[in-house]
Design a protein around this ligand. Sequence first.
Ligand SMILES: [Zn+2]
Length: 454
Amino acid sequence: MAIVFRIRDFFHPLLINRLRCEFERNQWKAPEALADMQEKRLNEILAHSYASVPIYRAKFDAAGLKPSDIRTNEDLKKLPVLSRAEARSAGKALHASRLRGLHPVEYHSSGTSGTPFAMLHDKNANALEFAYYWRHWSWAGYRLGDSFADLGSVYFLTRKSDDIQAWQPLLRRLNLSSHQVSPTNAPLMARELERRDCKILKGVASTVYHLALSMEEAGVRPRPLRGVISTGETLLPHQRALIKDIFGCLIFDSYGHMERTVAVSQCEKGGRHVNSDYGLLEFTNIRPSPDGTTLLAEGLGTGLHNRAMPFIRYETGDTFELFRDPQPCPCGRTFPLVKAIHGRQEECVVTPDGRHLTSLFVLPEFVTGLRETQFVQEKADSLVIRVVTGNEFDANQEEQLKSFTQRLTGPSMRISIARCQRDDLVRARSGKFRTVIPLQSSTADKSPASTSPV
Ligand SMILES: [Zn+2]
């Protein structure tokens, strides 16, 4: 998930401030009050979707339902699920018929599924995102106006910049280039974190881990931060331990997706809280975990804010691990807890000069006409980009994809592009799609697509 943060998309100060105050209170409310609040918002979204969004009108009609038949979270089960494939092929049937006044902004995501998806987020959805980040970061000790560091590649790719770092004074944001992470560049990055007085570091889990590894190898340690916010993928225990050691702070894991139906954020006591005021998370196919100590379930998300393109009972595609006997979190927040999320674990491409690239999945967002994209590292210095393309993908787009990738890998990687059909894409043995097939497994089985999780 790559979010291109543009101030103008988030410039709704009154809305944000109102939501921020509401969000502050919500986290401590009694569970019954939270459920009431969710149901009120749910009823509003359902009524709006029935009246204005063609795909939901059809779903309600086919099920013989009216919005008034769904009053509680439990009633929501009467509506059919919105699958990921259905959402991607729905086009304007998922858009509200009247967008005036909603201030929708279009975002493109290749996500980690490899298939691009255009989404509309309205002003409510953008205010929501701001208020949500603000609250979660405040759990890590962030205050609005503090400097923070963002480890990523989008900032540098959009500016065609090969810089290692860039400071944005207005946002008080230090951008650190995730494709420049190496033991050679680690001391400079550590110095910049101190010079800009960054309190928080945010980045995709594996990228932050590689920064920590590079700092360890270079023998540098920045001044302790207040917190590291890890996003985008599952953070593994050995990664967490090293990040904590190098940055001298707690790691606050977070889970969400571009569709903005579900947000789970980790608190200072380690609890993974489902943000009930952000969206509604339902669990399906609940079964015991392999050792029987916990439960596993698939997650369906219903966004409670975005009216321009609502997602109702939407397949998140991730597996949630649940407590058999949930206890309140010692932090005192009342949002429900999940034990873990078994979702994305992005593989890396390792460049000939030893850098670990974990953010290749953002590249298709910068190229037109890509239906599916997969990076297969065949040799230490050879990377094949398998692409399933539409008509808009021409020689210019091909050159663009190649040059963006070359920019990330550096000149010593040989890059070739192979146009292919969906069935030609390499799949893991589980059938799960991976954007990156790393060197050791690029000979993995090719098997038909599967929607089953890990
Ligand atoms: Zn907690």
